[in-house]
Every structure is written in C-alpha cells, then in structure tokens.
Write a protein of this length. Structure first.
Length: 223
C-alpha cells in the first residue's frame, strides 16, 4: 500500500519537483559561478581573505530557497486533497488513516531531503575544491539550518493545508511563521551550531501536527 501512496504522491508533485530541482540547480550554479569568477579575476588569495576576515559565504542567495521549496512542496501535495475533496475519499480506504497521512508526509520528506542533501553536498564539494576543508565545513554548517527550515516549512504548511477550518488555519499560519523565524534570527555564520540537535528534534516533531488537523477533519470540524 505504501508503494501505491508514494506513486500517487509522485503523480501529484512530479512537475513541482522538476521545477524545484531546476531552481535549486540554477541558484546554486549562479553562486558557484560567482565564486569561480572571483578566483579568476582577483585570485584565490582574495577569496580566502574575504572568507576569513569578512565571513563571506558566497551562498547567501540560497538562504530562503529551501524554505520556499518546502512550503511549495506541501501546497502542491496537500491543497488538491482539500480543494477536490480527495482527503475524505483517501481516509475511507481500507488502510489506517494515521498511517496514510504518515506515509504521505514521509514521501514529501524523503524527496525534499534528497533534494536538499544533494544541493548541500554539491556546495561542500565545490568549496572543498578551492578552499581549505575548515572553510568548506564553515560554509556547510552555516547553510545547514536553511535546509532544516525547508523541512520545518514543509511540515507546517502541510499542517495548515490539512486543517479543515479557516479560522484555525490563520492561527496555524501565525504559529508557523513564528517558528520559522527561529531559523533566521541570526545572520552570523555558524550561529546555530549548538542548537542544531534541538532544532532538528523540534522540526521532526512538527510532523505530528498534521495528524491533529486530520483528526479535526475526521470529527467534522468546520467554519
């Protein structure tokens, strides 16, 4: 049954995934081309100086990109379920409703994680080719909360999309926006290193919120 659910979700989101992948490739490619342009015109010494003395990362345009793709992933996956009354039919299938929602969320997290991991590794390897390992790790650790924010945005947007009442959706939006703000409180490089384990646990726990929305949907909550 899980394979069937994953295939259904793939049919709904395949064009979004293609667009998100292209967007990530284009934006990351732009940042890395700019990196090599600096090396070509000003030399590797200038690059090292900028990274060591000015804390330049050269991947700042990517800061909010995982957040955007996480939000859109949930919208493309769950808005059709609500607008076209698919969720009611889905929950009446001979399969536990809780497991159904978990599998749908699992699909989204898997594809988003693969996209983010590939992008993160690409950045790390590209920097490792031109700077010391410590500087490459510095960039990767600074960018890691951005990708974690994308996962959190996916869970929170799914929670909002699956909520059956508009009043509660507005409240959920405010709560979600406040939580996502946590990932961008400090612009300083590696500012979140000590908090990453806690942020990771909190982000994973957000997946439970969608089960609450589905429970409210099943009990007939409405405006």
């Amino acid at each position: 049954m899980r394979k069937a659910i994953f295939y259904k979700e793939w049919i709904k989101t395949r064009w979004y995934l293609l667009a998100a992948t292209l967007l990530m490739v284009v934006m990351t490619g732009y940042c890395l081309l700019n990196l090599h342009r600096i090396i070509a015109f000003r030399g590797p010494v200038h690059l090292w100086e900028a990274m060591l003395e000015l804390d330049a990362l050269f991947v700042d345009p990517l800061r909010y990109l995982p957040l955007l793709t996480g939000l859109l992933a949930a919208v493309f996956q769950f808005v059709p379920e609500m607008q076209q009354s698919r969720l009611k039919l889905t929950l009446h299938l001979p399969y536990p409703s809780g497991r159904m929602i978990v599998d749908m969320l699992l699909y989204g997290i898997v594809v988003q994680s693969v996209l983010y991991a590939a992008n993160w590794v690409w950045i790390g390897l590209s920097f490792r080719a031109v700077v010391a390992r410590e500087l490459s790790l510095h960039v990767c650790l600074t960018a890691l909360p951005w990708y974690l924010a994308g996962i959190a945005a996916y869970f929170l947007a799914a929670w909002v999309c699956l909520e059956p009442t508009w009043k509660r959706r507005l409240l959920d939006l405010l709560v979600g926006a406040g939580f996502l703000r946590l990932f961008f409180l400090s612009p300083d490089p590696e500012a979140y290193n000590r908090f990453l384990p806690l942020l990771t646990l909190l982000t994973l726990a957000l997946g439970l919120l969608s089960l609450l929305s589905v429970h409210r949907f099943k009990t007939g909550e409405q405006d």
